[in-house]
Write a protein that binds this ligand. Structure first.
Ligand code: SAM
Length: 330
């Protein structure tokens, strides 16, 4: 599927629920958000119909996310059903890791091989605070278990927030040096409602790379043929086990190589994470639309993709996205 700017769109991120067992301060505030009801969210069969059709149109890769995907009942069965779709080459999942120890084995048996685990602090108390109640030990046990059952690669997604956890950058780099994980630092994006406090804010990746390079020798992985790295700039740590990646959607957007659409938990096909344009698939699905009608709607979303997101305004302030990340699927 080629969009208006000749980008090939072949990747879909699917938020299967807006619910989550954590409330990370920058992602999903504890108060003031309304949860979607059972009827509001897409049924698994509806998602499978959309994916199967999109695969016939050129989709090759799906990432399951949320909210927290592992809190939705029958998630593993859903992953197994995705795995059976002919032509879908890559299935991955993003999780906060709280339930990973319980589900890693079943997910592996269902055919998933790649996971990203979000982890923003290696300090128990800080982790508890940033997630509003999360248990760091459970996540670490989950990651180790996932490694034991055979997941590879395991990527750790870390959002560093100035004034909160930016002092842990070297600890995370050390984790990548000592374990065969890819630690990916993701810039904080300006999303809807958050519980961030004054002084806790976006930190540009350039500062981070400089800080880490003073302690660890980073070797850029140029020309590495690893399609799963997407927009991350990846570095090998000299004499280390793992890798470090930087994903800079704000300071150095990668829109020219964007290949993705997002299916929100309430059934909207969203053309760009940081742009409000969406196409309502749920309404059509519930009215028993034909495949031809559904295909047309998928094309509508592809053609809605903007050349680039526009969160950074001309005066360098940031425009906020109105939806919260857990509905869109980060
Ligand atoms: N619950 C799962 C998890 O925690 O990985 C999947 C959903 S979560 C929304 C997916 C990713 O989005 C997480 O890595 C999270 O850190 C990231 N995220 C959420 N809000 C963000 C923001 N404002 N800026 C950057 N990343 C964000």
């Amino acid at each position: 599927m080629l969009d208006k700017y000749s980008r090939e769109i072949n990747y879909l991120r699917v938020s299967i629920t807006d619910r989550c067992n954590l409330h990370c301060v920058y992602c999903r505030p504890k108060e003031g958000i309304s949860l979607q009801g059972h009827e509001d969210i897409l049924r698994y069969e509806e998602i499978l119909r959309v994916v199967s059709l999109a695969v016939r149109m050129g989709l090759i890769k799906v990432r399951v996310t949320g909210g927290e995907p592992l809190v939705r009942r029958r998630c593993v069965e859903f992953l197994a059903a995705l795995k059976k779709i002919d032509g879908l080459k890559d299935i991955s999942l993003t999780t906060n890791g709280i339930l990973l120890e319980e589900f890693a084995g079943q997910m592996f048996d269902a055919g998933v091989r790649r996971i990203n685990v979000s982890l923003d602090s290696l300090d128990k108390d800080k982790y508890f605070r940033i997630t509003n109640g999360g248990n760091l030990d459970a996540v670490l046990r989950g990651i180790i278990h996932a490694q034991e059952v055979g997941f590879s690669p395991i990527k750790i997604n870390t959002v560093l927030i100035k004034g909160f956890n930016d002092n842990e950058a070297l600890e995370f780099a050390r984790l990548a040096a000592e374990m065969p994980f890819q630690v990916r630092f993701i810039e904080l994006m300006p999303m809807g409602k958050t519980n961030l406090r004054d002084g806790e804010e976006y930190m540009p990746a350039t500062e981070l790379i400089e800080k880490i390079s003073q302690t660890f020798a980073l070797e850029p992985l140029k020309g590495k043929k690893n399609k799963s790295d997407g927009p991350a700039r990846i570095y090998k740590i000299k004499n280390g086990q793992g890798e470090i990646g930087f994903i800079n959607p704000v300071s150095d957007h990668f829109c020219s190589t964007c290949n993705r659409l997002r299916l929100t938990s309430d059934g909207k096909l969203r053309a760009c994470l940081l742009n409000e344009a969406e196409v309502d698939l749920k309404a059509a699905l519930r009215e028993n639309c034909s495949d031809a009608e559904l295909e047309k709607l998928i094309w509508d979303a592809v053609l809605l993709k903007p050349r680039k997101h526009d969160v950074v305004c001309t005066d360098n302030t940031m425009k906020k996205c109105t939806r919260i990340m857990s509905e869109i699927g980060g």
